[in-house]
Design a protein around this ligand. Structure first.
Ligand SMILES: NC(=O)c1ccc[n+]([C@@H]2O[C@H](COP(=O)([O-])OP(=O)(O)OC[C@H]3O[C@@H](n4cnc5c(N)ncnc54)[C@H](O)[C@@H]3O)[C@@H](O)[C@H]2O)c1
Length: 317
């Protein structure tokens, strides 16, 4: 256990919707105390039910010593939720005005050196952190849904974030088994969603052009390069494509055709009503022979097995 985690035993989770509840379950599974708040009616009961639902998967992955759902406490009052917390993960609604108000309230009640990480998918830290009196400890800790299963966390500082806060957040996330990456410059969509958006752009272009069906485009990824991408990222896959000579050889050899495809890639700028209808009809056709809830259940099962296999493979970066 690194110093990053040993200093942190109690985490405050602000907002317990889709992402906050999943974060709460993850923190509990790592043997931490969690205090959570959310103003929505019925939020407390919903949170306990969601965490109970996530627990079997987390147990299968492996609980830390002392981990227990009994270490979750719901607190209706925001200030009391963050007072005494060692780390704060904010998961409120994705609106700049709400995030700014929340941040100011959290900042006023929390110990001044405690990190406040927001899960925001699309808001830049620099657009909200000056609402805090201690903006140097405010940063982005962007998870992938569901955070209790997907290891990636994108850590981004804004113009006022201190390097010490970045270092401590990176250490904490790593210590609880996440795979944090530090994004050095704020860009809309951070890194992983931009990479996904690039792929979606071409998928929709190919669909629009009638090059392949929705089902066949899905097959092209899920039964093709997607299998490798779950194990190694785009650069290491290119490195392997070069054999013993590695990525330099791949770029020399396959770079010119790849660059020529770059020139030819589609550039849709919007989801037209026709394209939307095509995607919906294509997905319906693709799923016609399947029981969708069972597909989702089997996807989740396979994901947990894959995570276990990856965790056991020490030489996969
Ligand atoms: N859903 C995703 O796939 C995803 C992935 C990564 C990051 N995120 C980010 O996580 C954050 C939460 O998204 P979500 O999908 O869980 O939304 P959600 O609507 O499921 O949850 C938001 C929760 O915030 C609560 N809330 C409202 N006002 C609040 C307040 N003043 N204090 C505390 N809680 C308050 C709501 O009651 C609700 O339960 C957003 O910033 C979003 O960008 C979402």
């Amino acid at each position: 256990m690194t110093s990053g985690q040993s200093e942190i035993s109690r985490v405050a989770v602000i907002g317990t919707g889709v992402i906050g509840a999943s974060w709460a379950a993850l923190f509990l599974s790592r043997g931490l105390d969690v205090v959570a708040t959310d103003p929505a009616p019925g939020a407390e009961a919903r949170l306990h039910a969601l965490v109970a639902g996530f627990w079997p998967a987390l147990t299968r992955i492996g609980l830390a010593g002392g981990a227990s759902v009994d270490r979750l406490r719901f607190e209706p009052d925001l200030a009391k939720t963050v007072a005494g917390a060692d780390f704060i993960q904010e998961n409120g609604p994705e609106r700049v005005d709400i995030k700014r108000t929340l941040l100011a309230e959290i900042d006023a009640a929390a110990n001044p050196d405690v990190i406040i990480a927001t899960s925001s998918s699309g808001i830049l830290i620099s657009a909200i952190q000056d609402a805090a009196k201690h903006p140097e400890r405010v940063l982005l800790g962007h998870p992938f849904n569901p955070p209790h299963l997907i290891p990636l966390v994108e850590v981004v500082g804004g113009s006022l974030t201190g390097q010490d806060a970045i270092d401590r957040a990176m250490a904490f996330y790593a210590a609880i088994g996440k795979k944090p990456i530090h994004i050095r410059r704020e860009v809309p969509g951070h890194v992983a969603n931009r990479l996904q958006a690039a792929l979606w752009r071409e998928a929709f272009h190919l669909l629009e052009q009638g090059v392949a069906s929705v089902a066949d485009i899905d097959t092209a990824i899920a039964h093709g390069p997607g299998l490798r991408w779950a194990l190694l990222g785009p650069f290491l896959n290119l490195h392997l494509s070069g054999g013993a000579a590695g990525i330099g050889h791949t770029i020399d050899h396959l770079g010119p055709p790849i660059a020529s495809w770059w020139q030819d890639l589609g550039n849709p700028t919007t989801f037209s009503p026709e394209l939307r209808a095509q995607a919906i009809a294509g997905v319906a056709a693709e799923l016609a022979a399947y029981d969708f809830p069972e597909t989702v259940r089997q996807r989740d099962e396979a994901l947990i097995s894959l995570l276990a296999l990856k965790a056991a493979s020490e030489q996969l970066p």
